[in-house]
Write a new protein. Structure first.
Length: 320
């Protein structure tokens, strides 16, 4: 009996083992799986179908240069009477670091309101979901899918109807202590003939929602927190001037059209370009909530890029 392998056999075995073990290099490669694990240990990528799994990839900043031209435009935009509002907050403490004077005015939320539908749905179900519901949650947040938005809102209500879904989403919003905003999609038509318009937000209460999600103040908030980290629709908004080594998540919103609720949203027409951001820095996560009615994604990109440099220490640090 031969007790020892030859040198060639040992080398061959070593080569096979090396090929069998995946090698990862860099932060993104090593953390791809961990970035989507919930507080109770559920790996969202492992639970997802193939298409959904492909969407769950950590988002980073685009890394476009924020130079003097952008700096000057930021200061003009921040100091003007343009229809924009914003809040920068510490998501660990909830403290507002800086805000615009109009941060409590109602603006049209566009797809940013999908955050409240996702939160209300997850809270109702105790953070549980089927594979199909996970697919809808990811599509709604990561690529802003509208059919998923309506489907999940209906599933949040008691009887599966649009009306019951809207009532349930708004009940969640009010229970969480956001007294001004309307987080549901569409019009809520009551039996007495009155109706309420949904999708109306302000930056101050939106910033509080980001803090509440980070601090796990409702069921399933850890699930939404992880999904937000994969949002793909911000490359022309705040992601644009975010350094490419920083992770950035959140939700965007875009809509242009007539103002159908002038009694509450006091703007002549709607040119919504919005972005609620979770920015992951070496000092922890921070929120940047920007609601804009200038119909310009570049305004949102400039404002977000300037705010993180003026208030959060992102380089190059600036001031106005």
């Amino acid at each position: 009996m031969r007790m020892f392998a030859s040198l060639k056999q040992i080398m061959a075995i070593g080569l096979l083992l090396a090929l069998a073990v995946p090698v990862t290099t860099g932060d993104a490669a090593s953390k791809t799986q961990a970035d989507f694990i919930t507080d109770d240990g559920r790996d969202l990528r492992a639970l997802a179908d193939r298409e959904t799994r492909a969407l769950l990839q950590p988002a980073r900043g685009v890394g476009a240069s924020f130079g003097e031209k952008q700096h000057q435009r930021y200061c003009r935009l921040k100091g003007s009477d343009a229809p924009v509002q914003w809040v920068v907050n510490n998501l660990e403490t909830g403290d507002v670091i800086a805000r615009s004077a109009n941060a409590q005015q109602l603006y049209f939320g566009a797809s940013v309101s999908k955050l409240f539908v996702a939160a209300a749905f997850l809270d109702k179900h105790g953070g549980a979901f089927t594979q199909q519901q996970l697919r809808e949650l990811v599509k709604m947040i990561v690529v802003s899918d509208n059919p998923a938005w309506k489907s999940l809102q209906r599933q949040t209500g008691g009887d599966g109807s649009d009306y019951a879904g809207r009532v349930a989403v708004q009940a969640f919003v009010e229970r969480m202590g956001y007294p001004t905003i309307q987080g549901f999609q569409g019009w809520m038509k009551h039996g007495n003939g009155t109706r309420e318009h949904g999708n109306e937000l302000n930056a101050l209460e939106l910033s509080r929602f980001l803090h509440d999600t980070h601090k796990r103040k409702y069921h399933g908030s850890d699930v939404l927190w992880q999904i937000m980290r994969a949002t793909r629709t911000g490359r022309n908004k705040i992601n644009k001037y975010t350094p490419d080594h920083l992770h950035i998540g959140g939700k965007t919103g875009t809509y242009s059209g007539p103002n159908e609720s002038k009694e509450t949203v006091r703007l002549p027409t709607i040119g919504a370009r919005n972005h609620a951001v979770v920015l992951f820095t070496e000092n922890g996560p921070f929120g940047i909530s920007v609601l804009s009615n200038t119909a310009s994604s570049e305004d949102v990109a400039i404002l977000g890029g300037g705010l993180m440099r003026e208030y959060l220490g992102v380089t190059p640090v600036i001031a106005c």
